[in-house]
Structures are given as structure tokens and as C-alpha cells.
Ligand binder design. Sequence first.
Ligand SMILES: NC(=O)c1ccc[n+]([C@@H]2O[C@H](COP(=O)([O-])OP(=O)(O)OC[C@H]3O[C@@H](n4cnc5c(N)ncnc54)[C@H](OP(=O)(O)O)[C@@H]3O)[C@@H](O)[C@H]2O)c1
Length: 248
Amino acid sequence: MKLTGNVILITGGATGIGFALAESFVRLGNEVIICGRRKSKLDEAKKKLTNIHTIRCDISKDQDRRLLYRRVIKNFKQLDILVNNAGIQRQIDFKKGMTDLKGKDDEIVINFKAQVQLAAQFIPLLIKNKDEAAIVNVSSGLAFVPLAIYPVYCATKAAIHSFSMSLRHQLKDTPVKVFEVVPPMVHDTELKGRPVQKSEISVSASEVAKAVTEGLKNNEYEIAVGTTKNWVATAKRDFGQAFLNINT
Ligand SMILES: NC(=O)c1ccc[n+]([C@@H]2O[C@H](COP(=O)([O-])OP(=O)(O)OC[C@H]3O[C@@H](n4cnc5c(N)ncnc54)[C@H](OP(=O)(O)O)[C@@H]3O)[C@@H](O)[C@H]2O)c1
């Protein structure tokens, strides 16, 4: 995949992995658009990376997604790479029934439904590219083995993995390549809403971005980062044992 001279849209690009990707793509000579809900974070990102384009958008809202599409068409006329990166993570205790789930089911909409909608919305535009284009879906090591304290999050990431496989197959005769990024625990993002201790199993957001640019260049469709390489292999070999290992 050619990684220069593209127009790239990154959802959730103001922080964490999304911002690290934005930095890498700008450095490689691409036009980068990031979106997110918080204006303060978009402004901060723009201060650090003055030549990015920011669009305020809540991808879980139909109207915001439509506006995002119109803004991309109006200002850039084309799109080469869509990075479906925005996501949230919630601990949910189903023993508490609706009490704990209440107000937390936005995970399904943000992590899965919105990604599906954005893919459908942008694929006709991506297909117009004469040479190549891409959709990059960010899943997680937890797509392959769920960590039970995040039951819905893991299910949405498993759904993204499955969806990416089907999309890749459907689009195989088009210019649109479908990549899946499988990060391990990342210690410098806002996903958990609290600082995450750096450890031997974690990586930084910029390490994820480095692995992604390498993976895209080499047309590696499932980009497992750091420890997720072993993780995914173990899960494929002995899922039951892998599940017990992380849940006990
Ligand atoms: N951190 C990890 O350990 C880890 C591991 C594996 C996979 N991942 C995945 O990596 C991706 C990026 O996460 P991250 O770790 O970099 O966390 P992050 O720093 O919290 O980034 C997530 C971004 O998504 C945006 N976002 C959330 N909901 C949105 C919505 N409804 N509309 C538009 N933007 C929205 C957030 O901005 P606003 O809140 O301002 O909208 C934020 O900028 C996620 O899909 C996550 O599941 C992370």
C-alpha cells in the first residue's frame, strides 16, 4: 500500500492511537483529517500538528456521520484511507442486571454499529480510486480472547474482526484493501479513563503507529502489534486455555 499523497480520515484521531497514527501519516506526506466529540481535544491535537484538519463529530449519531461525509466530499473531493479507530471501553457487571448496563450500551453503537455505517458510507467513494485505497479497522487482542470484565467491549471487537474478514472478501476485486489492526494493551491513551502502568505486555501509541505503517506498506492484512502476535496464535491453537489464562 502506498503511504504518501493520500487523503486519510481517522476517527478518534485527537488522542491515543489515533493521534499517533495522524502524526505518522502527516510525517509521510498525507493529508490527514481527524474527528472526535471533544472540541478541546481536537484543538489540542491541531496545536501539536498544525497541518491536520479537524472535524467535530460523534460517530454514533447518524446526522454527524452524514455531515462528516459531506465535509470530506466538499473539502477534499476524495478519500483514500478510512481508519475506523474511535472506540470506548466499559467494565460491566451483569450480576447487577440493568443497573450496571444502563447508560453503558453506547459501546455497541460506537465500537461496532458506527464503524459498519462509516464503511458503507465511504466505500463507494474509496472504490472510485483508480489504483488503491484502504479501510483500516482497529480491533484488539481482546477480539480473539475476551477479558470477561469488559464483556460488551470484547464482543464488539470480535465483531470488528469478523466484519473485517467479510469486507476484505467482498472487496477483493476492487481497489479497496481491508486491514485490521490488533493492538495489545497501550499505556499512553485515554481508553481506560485513568493512567495505565507501563508493563512488559504494553506498548506505546507510537509503537502501534509504527507497526501500522509497516503493516500497510507490506500489505499485511492482519497487523498484530507486539504481544498480540503470540496472543492471537495461542488463541487460535487453544482458545479454552487462553480464555482461562487471562480470566483467572
Ligand atoms: N488502549 C488500549 O489498550 C487498546 C488496546 C487495543 C485496542 N484499542 C483500540 O484502539 C482504539 C483507540 O483507542 P485508544 O486506546 O487510543 O483510546 P483513546 O485515547 O480514548 O482514543 C479513542 C478516541 O475515540 C474518540 N471517540 C470515542 N467515542 C467517539 C464517538 N462517539 N465519536 C467520535 N469519536 C469518538 C475519543 O475522542 P472523544 O471522546 O473526544 O470523542 C478518542 O479520541 C479503540 O478502538 C480501542 O478500542 C486500544
